[in-house]
Design a protein around this ligand. Sequence first.
Ligand SMILES: C[S@@+](CC[C@H](N)C(=O)[O-])C[C@H]1O[C@@H](n2cnc3c(N)ncnc32)[C@H](O)[C@@H]1O
Length: 191
Amino acid sequence: MARLSITGKIHQFLSTEIHPGDHVIDATMGNGHDTLFLSKQVGDQGHVFAFDIQPEAIQNTREQLALQPFQNRATLLLKSHASINVSVPIHHHGHITCVMFNLGYLPGADKSLTTQIESTLSALTQSCRLLAKQGCISILAYTGHPGGMEEFDAVKDWADQLSDNEFTVSTNNLLPNHQHPPQWVLIKRRS
Ligand SMILES: C[S@@+](CC[C@H](N)C(=O)[O-])C[C@H]1O[C@@H](n2cnc3c(N)ncnc32)[C@H](O)[C@@H]1O
């Protein structure tokens, strides 16, 4: 049996959390793999709001979606995820069932253009306010590139101060024997 990639494992988990008709967010569009996954999950009645600050990411994602019969399910925004709150229409606030973050740099592009602690934490704080009850935020943090470990530590410290009454937080080391293992932080809003 084929072994699942790290993102494959995350998609497998999230496929049980996201249902047809849901409205969801890809906070770091990159090459569009997560936007494509989310678009499949939400069906014709749902929608994906996807963010990236690099035109190349929008282009790559648009090309991925163009191969599919459901390209209208996603709005691709050339905007920082720090503007999530003002970019997602207000009637969806409190009803978003999943926000995905895949931190780091755009594979195949300039590796010095990475997600940054300040905008990541701002976007995470805003995402908490947009979440539906039982909605989740999935954060995949790579720790091997410059600044990656510091960003993961900042995300973990931020997540640890969330109210226990409102959210559950779990952190998973996805490659335990790896020198710089990717870390997956999952935040779930309680019902
Ligand atoms: C590891 S890649 C994401 C991979 C992507 N999820 C996929 O499925 O291919 C990280 C992306 O975050 C983007 N990024 C960096 N800062 C950002 C910001 N402030 N707002 C939105 N995206 C940002 C980068 O341009 C890069 O494309």
